[in-house]
Design a protein around this ligand. Structure first.
Ligand SMILES: Nc1ncnc2c1ncn2[C@@H]1O[C@H](COP(=O)(O)OP(=O)(O)OP(=O)(O)O)[C@@H](O)[C@H]1O
Length: 254
Protein backbone atom coordinates (compact mmCIF):
# COMPACT_ATOMS: atom_id res chain seq x y z
CA UNK A 1 0.00 0.00 0.00
CA UNK A 2 1.24 3.48 -0.87
CA UNK A 3 0.13 6.50 1.15
CA UNK A 4 1.18 9.96 0.04
CA UNK A 5 0.22 13.06 1.98
CA UNK A 6 0.97 16.73 1.50
CA UNK A 7 3.50 16.06 -1.24
CA UNK A 8 5.03 19.25 -2.61
CA UNK A 9 8.01 19.60 -4.94
CA UNK A 10 9.84 22.67 -6.21
CA UNK A 11 12.22 22.39 -9.17
CA UNK A 12 14.41 25.24 -10.38
CA UNK A 13 12.83 27.46 -7.72
CA UNK A 14 9.33 26.87 -9.08
CA UNK A 15 6.55 24.84 -7.44
CA UNK A 16 5.87 21.77 -9.61
CA UNK A 17 3.70 19.74 -7.22
CA UNK A 18 1.53 21.25 -4.50
CA UNK A 19 0.02 19.32 -1.63
CA UNK A 20 -0.75 16.10 -3.53
CA UNK A 21 -2.31 13.21 -1.59
CA UNK A 22 -3.07 9.70 -2.77
CA UNK A 23 -3.57 6.19 -1.46
CA UNK A 24 -3.12 3.02 -3.50
CA UNK A 25 -4.05 -0.26 -1.85
CA UNK A 26 -2.35 -3.59 -2.45
CA UNK A 27 -3.38 -5.01 -5.80
CA UNK A 28 -4.85 -1.72 -6.93
CA UNK A 29 -3.92 0.17 -10.12
CA UNK A 30 -3.87 3.97 -10.07
CA UNK A 31 -3.34 5.86 -13.33
CA UNK A 32 -2.05 9.43 -13.07
CA UNK A 33 -3.30 11.53 -15.97
CA UNK A 34 -2.98 15.19 -16.87
CA UNK A 35 -1.75 17.56 -19.57
CA UNK A 36 1.93 18.03 -20.50
CA UNK A 37 3.90 19.58 -17.67
CA UNK A 38 1.20 18.83 -15.06
CA UNK A 39 3.73 17.06 -12.83
CA UNK A 40 3.01 13.37 -13.52
CA UNK A 41 6.63 12.22 -13.93
CA UNK A 42 7.68 14.43 -11.04
CA UNK A 43 5.08 12.72 -8.85
CA UNK A 44 6.49 9.27 -9.64
CA UNK A 45 10.07 10.44 -9.07
CA UNK A 46 9.09 12.02 -5.76
CA UNK A 47 7.33 8.82 -4.64
CA UNK A 48 10.52 6.93 -5.57
CA UNK A 49 12.54 9.31 -3.39
CA UNK A 50 14.62 10.43 -6.36
CA UNK A 51 14.02 14.15 -5.80
CA UNK A 52 13.68 16.23 -2.64
CA UNK A 53 10.10 16.83 -1.58
CA UNK A 54 7.98 17.97 1.32
CA UNK A 55 5.31 15.69 2.74
CA UNK A 56 5.10 12.03 3.54
CA UNK A 57 5.44 8.96 1.31
CA UNK A 58 4.85 5.61 3.01
CA UNK A 59 4.95 2.05 1.69
CA UNK A 60 3.04 -0.29 4.01
CA UNK A 61 3.27 2.44 6.66
CA UNK A 62 7.07 2.80 6.41
CA UNK A 63 9.29 5.19 4.48
CA UNK A 64 11.54 3.74 1.79
CA UNK A 65 14.88 2.49 3.06
CA UNK A 66 18.32 2.55 1.50
CA UNK A 67 18.67 1.92 -2.25
CA UNK A 68 19.05 -1.87 -2.03
CA UNK A 69 16.05 -2.24 0.27
CA UNK A 70 14.13 0.29 -1.79
CA UNK A 71 14.72 -1.78 -4.92
CA UNK A 72 13.08 -4.76 -3.25
CA UNK A 73 10.05 -2.67 -2.36
CA UNK A 74 9.43 -0.67 -5.50
CA UNK A 75 10.38 -1.00 -9.17
CA UNK A 76 10.38 2.09 -11.35
CA UNK A 77 10.41 2.24 -15.14
CA UNK A 78 11.18 5.85 -16.12
CA UNK A 79 9.94 7.42 -19.34
CA UNK A 80 13.31 7.95 -21.05
CA UNK A 81 16.12 6.26 -19.16
CA UNK A 82 19.63 6.38 -20.53
CA UNK A 83 20.54 2.84 -21.58
CA UNK A 84 24.16 1.78 -21.11
CA UNK A 85 25.93 1.13 -24.41
CA UNK A 86 27.68 -2.21 -24.98
CA UNK A 87 25.13 -4.12 -22.93
CA UNK A 88 22.91 -6.91 -24.18
CA UNK A 89 19.16 -6.95 -23.66
CA UNK A 90 19.51 -9.94 -21.32
CA UNK A 91 22.21 -8.31 -19.19
CA UNK A 92 20.26 -5.07 -19.00
CA UNK A 93 17.10 -6.86 -17.82
CA UNK A 94 19.25 -8.86 -15.39
CA UNK A 95 20.15 -5.55 -13.68
CA UNK A 96 16.65 -5.78 -12.20
CA UNK A 97 17.95 -8.67 -10.08
CA UNK A 98 20.73 -6.55 -8.53
CA UNK A 99 19.00 -6.19 -5.13
CA UNK A 100 19.07 -10.00 -4.77
CA UNK A 101 22.68 -10.56 -5.81
CA UNK A 102 25.18 -10.54 -2.92
CA UNK A 103 27.92 -7.90 -2.92
CA UNK A 104 30.86 -9.21 -4.94
CA UNK A 105 28.69 -12.23 -5.83
CA UNK A 106 27.21 -13.47 -9.08
CA UNK A 107 23.62 -13.84 -10.13
CA UNK A 108 21.98 -17.16 -9.27
CA UNK A 109 20.25 -19.58 -11.61
CA UNK A 110 16.93 -18.24 -10.36
CA UNK A 111 17.96 -14.67 -11.24
CA UNK A 112 18.64 -15.80 -14.82
CA UNK A 113 15.41 -17.79 -14.94
CA UNK A 114 13.30 -14.87 -13.72
CA UNK A 115 14.97 -12.59 -16.27
CA UNK A 116 14.45 -15.06 -19.11
CA UNK A 117 10.81 -15.52 -18.15
CA UNK A 118 10.14 -11.76 -18.10
CA UNK A 119 11.82 -11.33 -21.50
CA UNK A 120 9.65 -14.12 -22.83
CA UNK A 121 6.46 -12.55 -21.52
CA UNK A 122 7.40 -9.26 -23.19
CA UNK A 123 8.18 -10.87 -26.54
CA UNK A 124 11.90 -10.08 -26.17
CA UNK A 125 13.51 -13.52 -26.17
CA UNK A 126 14.63 -13.19 -29.78
CA UNK A 127 16.38 -9.92 -28.87
CA UNK A 128 18.12 -11.21 -25.72
CA UNK A 129 21.60 -11.16 -27.29
CA UNK A 130 21.19 -7.80 -29.05
CA UNK A 131 22.87 -4.63 -27.78
CA UNK A 132 20.41 -2.21 -26.21
CA UNK A 133 21.72 0.79 -28.16
CA UNK A 134 20.60 -0.83 -31.42
CA UNK A 135 16.97 -1.34 -30.45
CA UNK A 136 13.96 0.52 -31.80
CA UNK A 137 12.07 2.90 -29.50
CA UNK A 138 9.34 0.37 -28.72
CA UNK A 139 11.85 -2.41 -28.12
CA UNK A 140 13.79 -0.18 -25.73
CA UNK A 141 10.63 0.65 -23.85
CA UNK A 142 9.83 -3.03 -23.36
CA UNK A 143 13.39 -3.74 -22.23
CA UNK A 144 13.15 -1.02 -19.58
CA UNK A 145 9.90 -2.57 -18.43
CA UNK A 146 11.52 -6.01 -18.40
CA UNK A 147 14.22 -4.75 -16.04
CA UNK A 148 11.55 -3.32 -13.71
CA UNK A 149 9.48 -6.54 -13.76
CA UNK A 150 12.57 -8.69 -13.18
CA UNK A 151 12.93 -6.84 -9.88
CA UNK A 152 9.83 -8.67 -8.58
CA UNK A 153 9.03 -5.77 -6.25
CA UNK A 154 5.52 -5.57 -4.78
CA UNK A 155 5.07 -1.99 -6.02
CA UNK A 156 5.42 -1.02 -9.66
CA UNK A 157 5.72 2.61 -10.81
CA UNK A 158 5.59 3.00 -14.60
CA UNK A 159 6.05 6.33 -16.34
CA UNK A 160 4.24 6.28 -19.68
CA UNK A 161 4.89 2.58 -20.28
CA UNK A 162 3.14 2.42 -23.65
CA UNK A 163 3.97 5.65 -25.53
CA UNK A 164 6.38 4.07 -28.03
CA UNK A 165 4.53 0.78 -28.40
CA UNK A 166 2.39 -0.44 -31.29
CA UNK A 167 -1.19 -1.41 -30.53
CA UNK A 168 -0.49 -5.10 -29.94
CA UNK A 169 2.44 -4.46 -27.65
CA UNK A 170 0.46 -1.81 -25.72
CA UNK A 171 -2.15 -4.44 -25.04
CA UNK A 172 0.47 -7.07 -24.19
CA UNK A 173 2.23 -4.82 -21.67
CA UNK A 174 -0.95 -3.59 -19.99
CA UNK A 175 -2.45 -7.09 -19.85
CA UNK A 176 0.78 -8.39 -18.30
CA UNK A 177 0.78 -5.66 -15.65
CA UNK A 178 -2.91 -6.35 -14.99
CA UNK A 179 -2.23 -10.07 -14.67
CA UNK A 180 0.65 -9.47 -12.23
CA UNK A 181 -1.35 -7.21 -9.98
CA UNK A 182 -4.31 -9.61 -9.91
CA UNK A 183 -2.21 -12.78 -9.52
CA UNK A 184 0.54 -11.47 -7.20
CA UNK A 185 -1.19 -8.45 -5.62
CA UNK A 186 1.21 -5.93 -7.12
CA UNK A 187 0.38 -2.31 -6.37
CA UNK A 188 0.61 -0.34 -9.61
CA UNK A 189 0.91 3.37 -10.37
CA UNK A 190 1.30 4.42 -14.00
CA UNK A 191 1.22 7.71 -15.78
CA UNK A 192 -0.68 7.35 -19.05
CA UNK A 193 -1.39 9.85 -21.80
CA UNK A 194 -3.95 7.66 -23.50
CA UNK A 195 -7.04 8.45 -21.45
CA UNK A 196 -9.08 5.56 -22.83
CA UNK A 197 -6.34 3.08 -21.94
CA UNK A 198 -6.07 4.65 -18.48
CA UNK A 199 -9.82 4.29 -18.03
CA UNK A 200 -9.81 0.74 -19.30
CA UNK A 201 -7.05 -0.68 -17.11
CA UNK A 202 -6.84 1.38 -13.92
CA UNK A 203 -9.15 1.03 -10.94
CA UNK A 204 -8.83 4.70 -10.16
CA UNK A 205 -7.54 7.80 -11.90
CA UNK A 206 -5.81 10.86 -10.45
CA UNK A 207 -6.02 13.95 -12.62
CA UNK A 208 -3.17 16.40 -12.12
CA UNK A 209 -3.22 19.94 -13.48
CA UNK A 210 -0.57 22.56 -12.70
CA UNK A 211 0.89 20.34 -10.03
CA UNK A 212 -2.37 19.90 -8.13
CA UNK A 213 -4.71 16.93 -7.84
CA UNK A 214 -7.90 18.31 -9.38
CA UNK A 215 -9.93 15.08 -9.52
CA UNK A 216 -9.65 11.47 -8.45
CA UNK A 217 -11.93 8.49 -8.44
CA UNK A 218 -13.24 5.74 -10.67
CA UNK A 219 -12.63 6.20 -14.42
CA UNK A 220 -16.24 7.23 -15.01
CA UNK A 221 -15.94 9.93 -12.32
CA UNK A 222 -12.75 11.48 -13.71
CA UNK A 223 -13.13 10.96 -17.45
CA UNK A 224 -16.00 13.37 -17.97
CA UNK A 225 -16.33 15.73 -20.91
CA UNK A 226 -16.30 18.68 -18.52
CA UNK A 227 -13.11 17.71 -16.65
CA UNK A 228 -11.17 16.54 -19.72
CA UNK A 229 -12.34 19.56 -21.75
CA UNK A 230 -11.28 21.97 -19.04
CA UNK A 231 -7.92 20.54 -18.01
CA UNK A 232 -6.66 19.33 -21.40
CA UNK A 233 -8.19 22.22 -23.31
CA UNK A 234 -9.64 19.64 -25.68
CA UNK A 235 -13.02 19.05 -27.27
CA UNK A 236 -13.92 15.44 -26.59
CA UNK A 237 -16.83 13.07 -26.63
CA UNK A 238 -16.82 10.39 -23.96
CA UNK A 239 -18.92 7.29 -24.30
CA UNK A 240 -19.06 3.97 -22.47
CA UNK A 241 -17.02 1.28 -24.26
CA UNK A 242 -17.97 -2.39 -24.66
CA UNK A 243 -17.15 -3.09 -20.99
CA UNK A 244 -18.94 0.04 -19.77
CA UNK A 245 -15.75 1.96 -19.06
CA UNK A 246 -15.38 5.41 -20.63
CA UNK A 247 -13.77 5.79 -24.05
CA UNK A 248 -12.51 9.25 -25.01
CA UNK A 249 -12.88 10.46 -28.62
CA UNK A 250 -11.44 13.70 -29.98
CA UNK A 251 -14.02 15.81 -31.77
CA UNK A 252 -12.83 17.54 -34.97
CA UNK A 253 -13.59 21.12 -35.97
CA UNK A 254 -13.33 23.10 -32.72
N1 LIG B 1 14.76 19.92 -13.24
C1 LIG B 1 13.77 20.75 -13.47
N2 LIG B 1 13.91 22.09 -13.24
C2 LIG B 1 12.89 22.94 -13.45
N3 LIG B 1 11.67 22.55 -13.89
C3 LIG B 1 11.48 21.26 -14.12
C4 LIG B 1 12.50 20.28 -13.94
N4 LIG B 1 12.00 19.07 -14.25
C5 LIG B 1 10.72 19.28 -14.62
N5 LIG B 1 10.40 20.59 -14.54
C6 LIG B 1 9.11 21.20 -14.86
O1 LIG B 1 8.15 20.63 -13.99
C7 LIG B 1 6.88 20.54 -14.65
C8 LIG B 1 6.36 19.14 -14.51
O2 LIG B 1 7.17 18.25 -15.28
P1 LIG B 1 6.79 16.71 -15.43
O3 LIG B 1 7.84 16.09 -16.27
O4 LIG B 1 6.55 16.15 -14.09
O5 LIG B 1 5.40 16.82 -16.21
P2 LIG B 1 4.52 15.68 -16.86
O6 LIG B 1 3.13 15.86 -16.36
O7 LIG B 1 5.15 14.35 -16.65
O8 LIG B 1 4.59 16.12 -18.40
P3 LIG B 1 4.54 15.29 -19.78
O9 LIG B 1 3.12 14.90 -19.97
O10 LIG B 1 4.94 16.34 -20.78
O11 LIG B 1 5.49 14.14 -19.68
C9 LIG B 1 7.13 21.00 -16.09
O12 LIG B 1 6.69 22.33 -16.21
C10 LIG B 1 8.63 20.89 -16.25
O13 LIG B 1 9.09 21.85 -17.19
Amino acid sequence: MIEVQGLSVALGGRPVLSDVALTVRRGEWLAVIGPNGAGKSTLLRAIMGLIPCEGSVLFDAAPLGRPRERARTVAFAPQTPGLPPDMTVFDYALLGRTPYIPYLGRESRRDREVTASVLDRLDLTALAGRRVENLSGGERQRVVLARALAQEAPVLLLDEPTTALDLGHQQQVLELVDHLRLADGLTVVTTLHDLSLAGQYADRLLLLADGRAVASGRPSQVLTEALVGKHFDAHVKIEPGPDGRPVVHLVRGR
